[in-house]
Design a protein around this ligand. Sequence first.
Ligand code: NAG
Ligand code: NAG
Ligand code: NAG
Ligand code: NAG
Length: 353
Amino acid sequence: MKFLICLLALSFLNLTASSSRVSAHGLEHKQTKDFNIDIVKTVVVGQSGATDFKTVQAAIDSIPSGNNNWIKIQLQNGIYVEKIVIPTDKQKIIMQGNNPSEVIIQYNNAGQAGSSGTITVNAEYFVAINVTFKNSYNNITSLVPYKELNVAPSIVLMADKAWFYGCSFISVQDTLADFVGRHYFKKCYIEGAVDFIWGGGQSIYEKCVIYVKGVTTDERVKSGALIPGFITAQGRQSEEDTSGFVFKYCAIKGDGMAYLGRAYRGYSRVVFYATSMSNVIVPQGWDAWRCKGEEDKITYAEVNCTGEGANKQGRVGWDKNLSDRDIAFLVNAETFIAGDGWMTTLPSSLASL
Ligand SMILES: *[C@@H]1O[C@H](CO)[C@@H](O)[C@H](O)[C@H]1NC(C)=O
Ligand SMILES: *[C@@H]1O[C@H](CO)[C@@H](O)[C@H](O)[C@H]1NC(C)=O
Ligand SMILES: *[C@@H]1O[C@H](CO)[C@@H](O)[C@H](O)[C@H]1NC(C)=O
Ligand SMILES: *[C@@H]1O[C@H](CO)[C@@H](O)[C@H](O)[C@H]1NC(C)=O
């Protein structure tokens, strides 16, 4: 098993290394065609009226196995109380709503990192636009009592090549399980308190809002002391592992307090680039967690961030000063997550978003 993991990691490295050219051009610069031109079929899901399906899962089930053409699942406004699984053989699904505050997929399940998610994506080429994914386990609008925390992902990403625009991910603990594969998030909203963006994923989060929810010691006293949480828990596991989370042009806010990240595995890698940080960030910034004494293997960096929370004066001291070359490689989607060009094979209309 260990051998297999090594092999996989190596071939992955090959893939990204063979086509790593540094370029300042992002997806935005690609020529755009008519909006839905690459989508061969659209099915509509809604709870009333003449729709193709009443549930999201029924729409997914209708996609042919081994699908190789983009199919759009258009969600009408509503709250879909469903626990959804996209199997490996249902690729190239675009799930789209008109407005994330009106199109909500939610479910209440907690306890299992890999299987409690409201939606689990096992297929490559999953795209979601303007949809809210929520785990309603901690359905609390005020501060969350510490003892009520539990693993409750809103989404579990188990496959390569996922692309999100305008989506919201809402829970308290482990909200966004960015488990494995290369993923891109643009203009998304991610809310949570503890390890709420976590896993071994290799992802860029661009222009996203990260909301740190408050956790308190005492459920009866609403003014109970705040307990600091953790925004990220990235799980890079070796020098060769290409994974990491990069946040660029994001905004961190909230009603709690948090570290930017803690090391879920020994080679954890997280970069915040040109991101605004409110005072929710604790001065130390980072936590080595179970990797104390091995901090040199961890890559945590903040580059050109702004705001009260970005003040580096109280930082741990072992966070990295990356070279301009490394920064350019990591913040550029074409080099860090799409060296093989997968993002240019998405429906061309997405580039204009
Ligand atoms: C996404 O939702 C916003 C409203 O929040 C709307 O203005 C925008 O047009 C939507 N975009 C797409 C691509 O549906
Ligand atoms: C969550 O709380 C809101 C407000 O109290 C309530 O309207 C909603 O039904 C709750 N949802 C769940 C899934 O419990
Ligand atoms: C950070 O900001 C400074 C000042 O605006 C700029 O000169 C520098 O190039 C930026 N660094 C990166 C890596 O973008
Ligand atoms: C990073 O650069 C800052 C400012 O130039 C410096 O104070 C700090 O010691 C450096 N950190 C490391 C780990 O080299």
